[in-house]
Design a protein around this ligand. Structure first.
Ligand SMILES: C[S@@+](CC[C@H](N)C(=O)[O-])C[C@H]1O[C@@H](n2cnc3c(N)ncnc32)[C@H](O)[C@@H]1O
Length: 373
C-alpha cells in the first residue's frame, strides 16, 4: 500500500481549501529546497567570520553556532518564514476538519459498532497520558496528541493524519512506500524467512504504519498503542475503513502491561523522536520483555543523528526543537539505541543500527534492530 492511502476518515477539502493547502505545500517545499540551504552560506560567509573575529577561533558547537546565526537577518527571515508556514499548514487543514468532524465522529461510531468490524480499540478511562505529551502541542498541531473531547471524538487523529501527509509530502518524502513497508523490506532482507504472528506497534498515532503490518501479514495479530483516546478512536476507524485488522490500545510505551513474551515482532515508526530519553529507554526494555525467544525489535525514525553532522548541521537540525514545539528532538538526535538495546538485555551481536533507504530514495531512515535469544 502506498503512503497516504485514501479512506473514509479523511476530510475532503473543497476547491478553495485544496488551493490553500496547495499553496502551503509549495511554500514549504520552497523554504526547504531554496531558502533553508542558504543558511549554510549565511553561516560560512557572515556568521562564522564574525565569531572568528571576536574569539580568534570558530564556533565549537551548535550552541555557539546558534549564538551568531540568530543575529543574522537572513536566518531570522528563514526562521520566521518556516514557523509561519507550519502555522499556515495547520490553518489550511483546520477548516476541512471542522466541516467534516461530525461525519468523522459518526463514521467512527458506525465502524466501531459494526458486526463486520475486524479489529478493536481499547480505551482506559483511568489512563493519564504522560505530562510531557499532554503539555506540548507537538509540531504546533492545534489539537494535542493526547486530547480527548469524549464521546466519539476523533479530532486529534484527524489533525495528525492530515498534518503528517502534507508535512511529509512538502518535505519531499515520496508516497510510493510507507514507513512500515520500508521496514517490511528491511525485515525480509535482514531476517529472511521470519514470519511474525504477533506484532506490536509502539506510538502508533493515527495508525498509518500499523495498518500495513495487518494488511501485509494477514495471519498475524497486530496490536498498536498510543496515549490519546481521540487519536486511537480515529486510528481504529481508519483501520476499519481500510479493512485492516488492528487492535489499538491506550497505553504508555514505557509500561505497556502486556504479558511477558507476548509478541514476536515489536516495532516503532517515528515514535522515539517524540519521547524523552527515559521513555525511549523504557520502550527498549519493554521491547525485550515483550518479545518471545527469537523475537525481533525494530525501531525506525527520522535521520537526525547529531554524531553524523558538524556543528552547523546540528544547529540546523535543531530548528524544530526551538521553533516547532519538538521538545524531544535532541533527546532523540543524541540517543544511543545500541546501548539502549544492550541495557535492555539484547545480546550485542544481535544489534544493528544504520540507514535504510525508502524505495524511491527520497529519504534514508535511521533503523535500529536487535533479536532476543
Ligand atoms: C510522530 S508520532 C508516530 C507516528 C506513527 N507511528 C506513524 O508511523 O504514523 C509519535 C507518537 O508517539 C506517541 N507517544 C509519545 N510518547 C508516548 C508514550 N509514552 N507511549 C505511547 N505513545 C507515545 C505520541 O502520542 C505520538 O502519537
Amino acid at each position: 500500500m502506498p503512503r497516504n492511502p485514501m479512506h473514509e476518515m479523511l476530510s475532503q477539502p473543497t476547491h478553495d481549501e485544496r488551493a490553500r493547502q496547495s499553496w502551503v505545500f509549495t511554500l514549504k517545499m520552497h523554504i526547504g529546497r531554496k531558502v533553508r540551504p542558504g543558511n549554510r552560506l549565511i553561516y560560512d560567509r557572515l556568521a562564522k567570520p564574525k565569531f572568528e573575529k571576536a574569539h580568534g577561533r570558530g564556533p565549537s558547537d551548535r550552541h555557539q553556532v546558534g549564538d551568531v546565526m540568530c543575529q543574522e537577518p537572513g536566518y531570522q527571515f528563514f526562521s520566521g518564514l518556516a514557523r509561519n508556514a507550519q502555522e499556515l499548514m495547520w490553518d489550511s487543514l483546520a477548516d476541512p476538519i471542522a466541516r467534516n468532524i461530525d461525519r468523522l465522529s459518526a463514521a467512527y461510531a458506525r465502524l466501531h459498532a459494526s458486526p463486520n468490524r475486524k479489529g478493536s480499540v481499547t480505551l482506559d478511562p483511568a489512563f493519564k497520558p504522560p505530562e510531557g505529551i499532554r503539555q506540548v502541542n507537538i509540531h504546533l498541531q492545534p489539537v494535542n496528541y493526547a486530547e480527548d473531547y469524549g464521546g466519539d471524538d476523533v479530532m486529534a487523529g484527524a489533525f495528525y493524519e492530515a498534518g503528517s501527509n502534507l508535512y511529509s509530502m512538502s518535505g519531499g518524502i515520496g508516497t510510493v512506500e510507507g514507513k512500515a513497508e520500508v521496514i517490511q523490506r528491511f525485515l525480509k532482507e535482514r531476517y529472511p524467512g521470519f514470519t511474525p504472528t504477533r506484532i506490536l506497534d509502539f506510538g502508533c498515532s493515527a495508525g498509518s504504519s500499523s495498518t500495513p503490518w495487518a494488511l501485509n501479514f494477514p495471519k498475524a495479530d497486530v496490536h498498536a498503542l498510543d496515549v490519546g483516546a481521540g487519536m486511537l478512536r480515529y486510528a481504529h476507524a481508519r483501520a476499519e475503513s481500510l479493512g485492516a485488522r488492528v487492535h489499538f490500545h491506550q497505553k504508555d510505551a514505557a509500561v505497556t502491561t502486556f504479558p511477558d513474551a507476548s509478541f514476536d515482532l515489536v516495532v516503532s515508526h517515528n515514535a522515539m523522536h517524540e519521547m524523552p530519553l527515559k521513555t525511549q529507554k523504557a520502550m527498549f526494555k519493554e521491547s525485550f520483555r515483550l518479545l518471545k525467544p527469537g523475537g525481533i525489535a525494530i525501531h525506525q525514525d527520522v535521520p537526525l543523528r547529531y554524531s553524523e553532522k558538524d556543528a552547523f548541521g546540528q544547529f540546523d537540525a535543531s530548528w524544530d526543537l526551538k521553533n516547532n514545539n519538538e521538545p524531544y528532538w535532541e533527546a532523540y538526535a543524541t540517543n544511543d539505541p545500541v546501548q539502549m538495546f544492550c541495557d535492555a538485555g539484547f545480546p550485542k551481536e544481535s544489534i544493528w543500527m544504520g540507514k535504510y533507504d525508502q524505495i524511491d530514495k527520497t529519504i534514508s531512515w535511521t533503523v535500529s534492530t536487535a533479536r532476543k535469544p
